[in-house]
Design a protein around this ligand. Sequence first.
Ligand code: COA
Length: 424
Amino acid sequence: MSRTSYLPGFYKLSPEERVRIVKEFADLTEEETQLLLKAGNLDLSVADRMIENVIGTWPLPLGVATYFVINGRDYLIPMSIEEPSVVAAASNAAKMARPGGGFVASSTDPIMISQIQLVKVEDPEEARRQILAEKEKILEIANSQDPVLVRLGGGARDIEVRVIDTEMGKMVITHLLVDVRDAMGANTVNTMAEAVAPFIERIAGGKVYLRIISNLADRRLASARAIWKKDAIGGEEVVEGILHAYTFAAADPYRATTHNKGVMNGVIAVARATGQDTRAIEAGAHAYAARNGRYTTLTRYWRNEDGDLEGYIEMPMAVGIVGGITRVHPIAKIALKILGVKTARELAEVMAAVGLAQNFAALRALVTEGIQAGHMKLHARNLAMAAGATPDIVDEVVERMVREKAIRFDRAREIIEEIRRSRG
Ligand code: COA
């Protein structure tokens, strides 16, 4: 059988037929192909409607973080992630935030931005004025696309027009600002942008190319703050250490990137569990972190009058609880039920709180025992399983590796062998 990726119409096949082709291509065993086709809690037929060329599903662990109190309410936080210690760390941070009252979170209205790019205009400033003068008509055209959203209290609210300098000359960029309520909003704002584009061409001349959402959702911000009482986190010295860790990150993009990666460990795990567009959130977060021309932290920390540590996070949070896969993916639906959020804003606020918690936990570990201790302890379990530890011996393998401070694959293998030999 020749190995070719030239497969016209592959997408028209059923997942089973596709698997048969991939099996030949990659020499998969019968066992491997059966595993691909084994439906978990996401049915293959559902998966097949979600993306193209489906040959299976790719399961990830789903955990819940404990101890979260946000705006006075207790939450269990569903998190889906492959990395050990993230769920434990979030819970740990939330536990330590409880004596200070937990997290106080808020958010702006869910305003998404759609961009309409107008080029080849003779007088860009005049075009800008012409577009702004027709604001009401533009909003009307946009809103006629989604009467349901308007009925729910959302809809296009405003426009902004910017003239930008590019290598291909000046461009007139119209921003449609749309309140998307409980949706992530990409579809809505893209449809609106496409609808108003011909009108913009008509009034300002020139040619419209792009009509698409901006993932720099800086009008849709979520924020959270928390007080970590010094006695709850290990005292004065820990507060001092975290402030040093934070100011390092605030001043240095190399560190800030890792600092924010820690934030995103939490944010994206919740996003994944609840069926969000994780790439949109990532892209928005990092662009927002660089909004002043230099990449810096999404969180801030300071010592309050009582000597306790206060933390704050603010970031774009384009999330939805309607539309997308939130109502299709069975586990996303359950995750949203576990969270019990009633609006997209509430979900955004929860996610901001989790991002702050995650960041705090990592910083605290870094300035005390170092990140590896907690991380490796949990990582040891993965290693042990990968090395072939069966459920009856995995705890013993982990415990021995941790005790020996030898959390390595080869050592896991040896210990497994030793245990098996000793048990005959
Ligand atoms: N599973 C789930 N939660 C765990 C846990 C585990 N194995 N170990 C600790 N926790 C959570 C629990 O909420 C626990 O409270 P509880 O015992 O009342 O349920 C809380 O953490 C404190 O437990 P403790 O035993 O004091 O934790 P620890 O001091 O051994 O810390 C970590 C272990 C992993 C939580 C801690 O080292 C940490 O926060 N590290 C940061 C890791 C990180 O940031 N990872 C991501 C990037 S590398």
